[in-house]
Ligand binder design. Structure first.
Ligand code: 4AD
Ligand code: MG
Length: 478
């Protein structure tokens, strides 16, 4: 089916056999004795070299073979004469599928900034960096499904359009078909959502968790893997308005089990990438090393592959929020007033605090547990002291929070109390509350931000560069 991919052709023993290669021109180089065309079809970071003799093709045709043009090349697969590849194609025929005028085509064979590439997101997958990221992203997604399937989890498709705010943070995008220029009103003058498509207010989901819990209360172990949407106005290198989240939810799991699963899960998917994405990871590692050359020696980070192996090989540090606050209070940057934000029991840790714990103090991933109830979501199980909840955040070097999760409150009364306390109308969550009325059980789950994982594995500094078409404030072009 279809032509051979360049990835496979490069692995084939050269026996003068005829081959057809289809791909985009990365570079064309002409010397006295030969014309070299490097072709790439995205199946691998490696190009295949196709070689023609001078005079073999008309100057007119060769003028259309430029960086970015798309070709069908027919020829023979031979052992490569030059260094850098084992096989090459001796061209007998070239068909130009599509030209790319060098005056207009923005991707020339030189270094482009990531900012510039973001403006041409429709073409950036044709660069080495972005094709490597997209292949790794795919491999990680595949590894996620494989991991859960092997562990007896069921993939539950939770809705993208919801009427509830799972995180209670009010950061939702509204979904409506009402005419914004002519809104239906109630007698009191409010917008009459009864006339809207769903007969009520609806939004894009911020998390599949609440429906995930319904699934876990029947199938025991489920996971979701879908897009989530947050209208938070965060212009940071770690936030997107549309991102993909993986949310496992397990009946009969307590916080300890939840932590064990989270740690094993991220280690296994990273291991999958280490085994299956070697060429791409090597390419990205070299790219990062190059980038870091301008930094002083002591500020350079570990080479990418060493960093990933380190995370896979070492146990994560586990401690409570309260212990973490003690460490921060005793820390040098706190004593010297170097933190931008104050430290004290009850604060929501900011990224500088998380990074101090992970990168300076423990120098490895950290799982923080038992946060103050006030700074966490309503569904988390209350600890005996009534002050903290059975929350867990997994913090990664360079990323900060990569996973957020908890044991869930399984007591109907306590959950109802929390729902009212934070001002949610229990009527809106009647179905969720009923799981605690009918056969409730201890259960736990977490959410892994998929792009933050891809960011960690690829070493990319900005989350906007690890999703094909990023959505962030004032940007939804492609
Ligand atoms: O900590 P969060 O908000 O947790 C939840 O949504 C829970 N319902 C998860 C659960 O228990 N089932 O989000 C989970 C993760 C974060 O740790 C982070 O990695 C990622 O989602 N995340 C984002 N990633 C990119 N852009 C954003 N705006 C993100 N907000 C959260
Ligand atoms: Mg969180």
């Amino acid at each position: 089916m279809g032509p051979l991919q360049i990835k496979d052709i490069l692995q084939t023993a050269p026996e003068n056999q005829s081959v057809v290669v289809k791909g985009w021109v990365r570079t064309k180089r002409e010397s006295k004795n030969a014309i070299f065309i490097a072709l790439n079809d995205g199946s691998t970071i490696n190009n295949i070299q196709a070689v023609a003799e001078p005079g073999q093709f008309s100057a007119e045709l060769l003028l259309t073979v430029t960086t970015g043009s798309c070709l069908k090349v027919t020829g023979q697969l031979i052992a490569s004469q030059g260094a850098g590849q084992t096989v090459e194609v001796k061209i007998s025929d070239i068909e130009v599928y599509g030209t790319a005028d060098p005056e207009e085509y923005p991707l020339q064979p030189k270094k482009h900034s990531l900012e510039f590439l973001r403006e041409i997101a429709h073409l950036r997958p044709r660069t080495n960096t972005f094709s490597a990221i997209l292949r790794i992203r795919h491999a990680l997604a595949f590894a996620v499904h494989q991991y859960f399937n092997d562990k007896g989890f069921f993939y539950l498709h939770t809705p993208v359009i919801t009427a509830s705010d799972a995180e209670g943070a009010g950061e939702m995008f509204r979904v409506t078909t009402l005419d914004l220029n002519n809104l239906p009103r109630t007698e009191e003058g409010a917008i009459n959502f009864k006339e809207d498509f769903f007969g009520r207010e609806a939004n894009l989901t911020v998390s599949g968790q609440l429906e995930g819990e319904l699934g876990a209360m029947a199938l025991s172990k489920i996971y979701t893997f879908g897009p989530t949407f947050r209208a938070e106005n965060s212009n940071t290198t770690r936030h997107l308005a549309e991102f993909w989240m993986i949310e496992p939810e397990m009946a009969f799991f307590e916080l300890e089990d939840n932590m064990d699963l989270a740690e094993d899960f991220v280690k296994k998917v990273i291991t999958y990438a280490l085994i299956n994405c070697k060429d791409d990871l090597n390419f990205l590692q070299n790219r990062l090393t190059e980038e870091e050359k301008s930094k002083p020696q002591n500020e350079r980070s570990l080479p990418l592959l060493e960093k990933l192996a380190f995370v896979v090989d070492n146990p994560f540090e586990r401690l409570t929020y309260t212990e973490a606050i003690d460490i921060l209070l005793k820390s040098k940057p706190h004593k010297e007033g170097k933190f931008q934000f104050p430290v004290g029991w009850g604060i929501d840790l900011s990224s500088e605090h998380e990074r101090y714990l992970v990168e300076k103090h423990f120098k490895k991933p950290v799982i923080l547990t038992n946060y103050p109830r006030e700074i966490k979501s309503f569904y988390m199980k209350l600890d005996e002291d009534g002050k903290t909840v059975r929350a867990m955040d997994v913090l990664f070097p360079g990323i900060g929070e990569i996973i957020g999760g908890s044991q869930r409150e399984e007591s109907y009364e306590k959950l109802l109390g929390r729902v009212k306390e934070i001002g949610i109308d229990p009527e809106n969550l009647w179905w969720y509350l009923e799981t605690r009325k009918f056969g409730t059980a201890p259960h736990s789950g977490f959410g892994l931000g998929f792009e933050r994982l891809v960011q960690f594995v690829t070493g990319m500094g900005n989350i906007r560069d690890v999703i094909p078409f990023p959505r962030y404030p004032k940007s939804a072009e492609f």
